[in-house]
Write a protein that binds this ligand. Structure first.
Ligand code: FE2
Length: 441
């Protein structure tokens, strides 16, 4: 099967070039490295994406999940593996749009996270799929049958308590459900949250005491499928609001704040400061409208004042950035540095990793010099004291070689050359999200 990233005229971007799927599952142990892998990086970097086995999908989000991983140990790269998540959807070749009522029918293509000793491959309409550290599929995971909905691909692990806070959205009532799992991985709370209708809720926010839902105007609409490949569409009449709820609260405790309509796939982080909740997000002014082309995401800040009931917003930068990440230990807490993929050429792939200093309002970048990367995942250095004392990990595609690398960048000095590049014998198609899952201490 041809693995080469050929550009084909008239094909959608997600089926073209290095967005196109690969068709072989490989295990490679003879990996060459440029530079030095920091010896304290002991664990595995996993990243998932949509990889349609047929080579075709109507939308970038709809291919079956394939996870790519590299194991690092004592300064060595032990292996690269790529594996499909073996879901019933993959095995049967079913239509992803025809199976909303069966929580096992996941594409499992959006994120992979580690929590309470389990590795979970996530999509946003169905149950997680548990994976082994070698990327074999264990099966659908439902918290012992307690989870009665799907799980967002963007659960939040509290940097302080280790709890996993998440939600699910539905195309019929309940449209939004909140869930909380303990640090030990037990589902301890599920609450229906009342919203006006079915919208695509891709992500949410947590702080030390609250969760903040984003109820934004991308509504469920089967007519959208014809134009956008997904059954959702912008609705000028839906409005937009943020819902603040104590982390152990319920629907009656939610305080809703109206904001200007927009869409946010991914927040960078949120935290509390006195009466205020600060949310830094990658905001699109609108998306999936019938009459206006999509606008690129830029970094915005919302400040919710819980005393006055007012929300202020301001644009922090005009660069196109997405896939924002902060150190796992800072999720929901005051932070200084956020890391993003800076897009180029109108495509969702990174020409650079841009690091924002939220204290000074400045940014610096790691230029990938012709390679194209994705979401930069922060991994702390051993004995780190400064917040940015650590590394950024991402796969990057080299078009001249038609192969990819795992790049490791010094997060405290992003403008410097990568500290290590693990050369892979194949390309890794551009994908979505990933995690560093450290070996147990
Ligand atoms: Fe996402």
């Amino acid at each position: 099967m041809n693995q080469h990233a050929k550009i084909e005229k008239d094909k959608a971007f997600w089926l073209n070039g290095n967005f196109a799927p690969v068709f072989e599952e490989r295990t490679e142990t003879a990996l060459t490295v440029t530079g030095s892998i920091p010896p304290e990086l002991n664990g595995r970097y996993f990243r998932t994406g949509a990889n349609p086995p047929s080579g075709e999908t109507p939308h970038w989000f709809l291919g079956q999940g394939m996870i790519h991983g590299v194991e690092l140990q004592n300064g060595k790269a032990n292996w690269y593996r790529n594996r499909y998540v073996r879901t019933p959807m993959l095995e049967a070749g079913s239509d992803p749009m025809a199976a909303f009522d069966d929580l096992t029918q996941s594409l499992a293509n959006t994120h992979i996270v580690g929590h309470a000793g389990k590795i979970l491959a996530l999509e946003e309409g169905h149950w997680p799929f548990e994976m082994t550290p070698e990327l074999e599929t264990v099966g659908a995971y439902s918290y012992g049958g307690k989870l009665q909905t799907g799980m967002t691909a963007h659960p939040k692990i509290c940097g302080k308590t280790g709890e996993l806070l998440f939600f699910a959205y539905g195309t019929k009532p309940p449209f939004l459900t909140y869930h909380r799992a303990s640090a030990e991985g037990e589902l301890v709370q599920s609450e229906v949250i009342e919203v006006k209708g079915a919208t695509m809720v891709h992500d949410f926010n947590i702080t030390e005491n609250f969760v903040i839902f984003m109820d934004l105007p991308l509504v469920w609409n089967l007519e959208g499928a014809a134009k956008f490949g997904l059954p959702i569409q912008w609705d000028d009449d839906y409005g937009a609001r943020l819902g603040v709820m104590p982390r152990d609260g319920s629907n009656k405790d939610v305080v809703w704040y109206d904001i200007d309509p927009c869409y946010v796939y991914h927040p960078m982080n949120a935290y509390e400061d006195g009466d205020e909740i600060i949310l830094d997000v990658c905001r699109m002014a609108h998306s999936m409208t019938l009459d206006r082309p999509d606008v690129p995401p830029v970094l915005y800040q919302w400040r919710i004042n819980q005393a006055t009931g007012k929300v202020s917003e301001r644009q922090l930068d005009d660069r196109t950035v997405e896939f924002p990440r902060v150190p796992d230990a800072k999720v929901g807490l005051p932070y200084r540095y956020g890391y993003t993929a800076e897009f180029a050429d109108g495509l969702p792939a990174a020409a650079a990793f841009r690091k924002y200093d939220q204290q000074t309002g400045t940014s610096t970048a790691h230029d990938l010099k012709g390679r194209m990367g994705g979401e930069p995942v922060f991994v702390p250095a051993a004995g780190a004291s400064a917040e940015d004392d650590g590394y950024l990990l991402s796969f990057a595609y080299d078009p001249t070689e038609d192969k990819s690398e795992l790049v490791i960048v010094d997060a405290s000095n992003v403008e410097a050359d990568a500290v290590a590049r693990v050369h892979l014998p194949t390309r890794v198609p551009f994908g979505f999200h990933g995690s560093w899952i450290a070996d147990p201490a």
